[in-house]
Design a protein around this ligand. Structure first.
Ligand code: C5P
Length: 233
């Protein structure tokens, strides 16, 4: 397209999936490919924004003109995002952030026989909670109107509610301005090229449905909502 409606705007996007190390060779990770966040960053750049992409373990090439900040863990991602948020007009948290990390990092590789007294025993891994980065951004912003904060949620409907009900509850809990909900459990999300999403806005009952379409088309649809919402000052 030839829409330059993000000209001069500064956009910060997180993408990929965090890895929480156990020892020098092992980590707890997730299946996020980073494609959706990368597509959002590219779409913003095409529309004229100055884009910084905080990329957790992204294995995809990033077009020239987008500033990439590589990170590995949730704590690194938090440091890079929260340190930069104040200089941006919009922050979009697409990254799949591990909710937990191993309580201890073992400096040398954990051995198969880690307890000589019981050679067949398996180790127990204790986990601790990671911070909720998105909720932290909202708290840090306080009463200020900038940056606009957009969250993502991958939901499966269950007995307790539909995907949209769960999305509404999450939007209220996190306090962000917009929440992009995608339905998982189909083959259409993690690593896939086509997706469909529902965009929820705080303080409105309206839902914008986008897709099924390519992640690029979906990304432009999301930027249409952000620009059209008049949230950017
Ligand atoms: O609660 P849930 O993980 O479903 O929320 C997803 C949203 O919250 C995404 O925008 C994700 O980037 C963000 N998130 C975060 N910090 C966490 C977990 C998720 O910022 N520890």
């Amino acid at each position: 397209g030839d829409v330059r409606d993000l000209e001069g705007r500064r956009v910060l996007v997180s993408t990929g999936g965090t890895r929480e190390p156990l020892d020098p060779v092992r980590y707890l990770g997730n299946r996020s490919s980073g494609k959706q966040g990368l597509a959002l960053a590219e779409a913003a750049a095409v529309r004229g924004a100055q884009v910084t992409l905080v990329a957790a373990n992204l294995a995809l090439p990033v077009p020239e003109g987008i500033t990439v900040v590589p990170v590995q863990t949730a704590l690194e991602l938090q440091a890079e995002i929260s340190g930069r948020a104040g200089e941006h007009d919009v922050v979009v948290m697409v990254a799949a952030v591990a909710d937990f990390r191993p309580a201890e990092y073992t400096e040398s590789k954990i051995k198969k026989t880690h307890d000589p007294a019981d050679p067949d025993a398996a180790p127990t891994i204790r986990l601790v909670r990671n911070p909720d980065i998105l909720a932290g951004l909202v708290a840090d912003r306080g009463a200020a109107s900038a940056p606009v904060i957009v969250g993502f949620a991958a939901e499966t409907g269950d007995a307790t509610g539909s995907v949209l009900d769960l999305g509404r509850a999450k939007l209220a809990r996190k306090g962000c301005d917009l929440l992009v909900v995608n339905e998982v459990g189909t083959d259409k999300t993690f690593g896939a090229d086509e997706t469909s999403v529902h965009v929820l806005s705080r303080g409105s009952d309206d839902v914008v449905d986008i897709g099924p379409a390519s992640k690029s088309v979906v990304s432009h649809g999301i930027w249409d909502v952000v620009v059209g919402s008049a949230l950017i000052r």
